[in-house]
Design a protein around this ligand. Sequence first.
Ligand code: UDX
Length: 439
Amino acid sequence: MAMIAHKCPQYRVTVVDTNPERITAWNSDTLPIYEPGLDEIVKKIRGRNLFFSTQIEQGIKEASIIFVSVNTPIKTFGTGVGMAADLQYWEKTARQIREASQSQKIIVEKSTLPVKTALAMERILTATANEVHFDILSNPEFMAEGTGIKDLETPDRVLIGSRETPEGIKARDELVEIYANWVPRERIITSNIWSSELSKLVSNAFLAQRISSINAISSLCEKTEADITEVARAVGMDSRLGDKFLNASVGFGGSCFKKDLLNLVYLCRQYGLKEVADYWDGVVRINDYQKERFILNMLGAMFNTLAGKRICLFGFAFKADTGDTRESPAIYVSRRIVEERAELVITDPRALANAEADLADIQGAVAFVEDPCEAAAGCDAIAVMTEWDIYATLDFKKIYETMRKPAYIFDGRNILAHEDLFKIGFNVFPVGKPPLTHF
Ligand code: UDX
């Protein structure tokens, strides 16, 4: 919404939320999320044509276009528990829109939703005698965290799905006009509403599948002395495949991939497509396997016991340049390390507050330290969880001196200079490459 307000001064954008603390934070000097470049934009246009408010009813009344961007987490109860999207917030919003609206509106699904959700939205909005006309559009968001501003400024594509009726097409064109203020026309694509909803799930499923594919092969590399970076380079140079999203890692995290995969799996099961559901479920299973494999490698390298050892996680965010820790592989790795009765130290330049909240139930067993060198001191092992640039530039010679011996590095992101570390004295265990050990 900040990007729309920034690029289209002729529109007035109001963001409403039920959470007063969040709105206060959006109106303050310290925004509630960290995203490179966002601060500058928000601070420049806030109060000009971008407003943050808790006045939801008023917001609905005044708007002619409403973007519904409420969260749609995985259900934690009842049918579809652990798989299907929990649409309660989304449905509440639909009812609220219906009740407060006094004039015709375009409703844009911005949240990622299962296919055919727009139909439910239409039904809720037209379920009473309220004469107001609504057009529902699907406009999924493809930006990634950490690169959000760049992704929004120069998107690969903007997708708008609509009903193929004259009203639907008119509403669609209105939204196309907004994006056309900065996105080249050929990058704004339109489709029917169900294709649009499905495309978002499928995009994320394909991206996650690539990571699970490379991670699956990383386990084979570790057995065969092949090197996953060399394999990825050779594979990625095939122009049909491309070289992006082929970094082997401790596993993918983030709020979207797992949720969208599980949604897709649930959807396929509902339609009786068991084989298809199992296929996509495999992507999630490989990701879980990769996280557990990381712990098993650690155990294997450290004489099958972590008990009493002190282990430091470099990074806790699910990726670099964000403080977000949702579904971060570091959460799983932390819990397993503590389960193995090791002491755990966590460092991260942006995500320590979230890490503390994620591990609230085992906080007694974990220390949170801002400075990575301080965090590593006295530890037996360092495990890199997040590919923060700063980790590659640390003075590992100094760090080595402060650590217990033998000292280990498990590079879950393959970002460190492994040969150099080995020469300093570390036993180095990358992902999908032969380990470098002094034993
Ligand atoms: C993703 C999609 O990329 C985006 O289009 C969608 O709108 C939202 O979901 P995001 O979750 O923010 O974005 O981050 P992304 O860059 O996709 O990374 C997801 C996870 O995969 C991270 O944990 C990242 O570290 C991991 N990853 C990514 C790898 O392990 N290897 C790779 O090669 C790429």
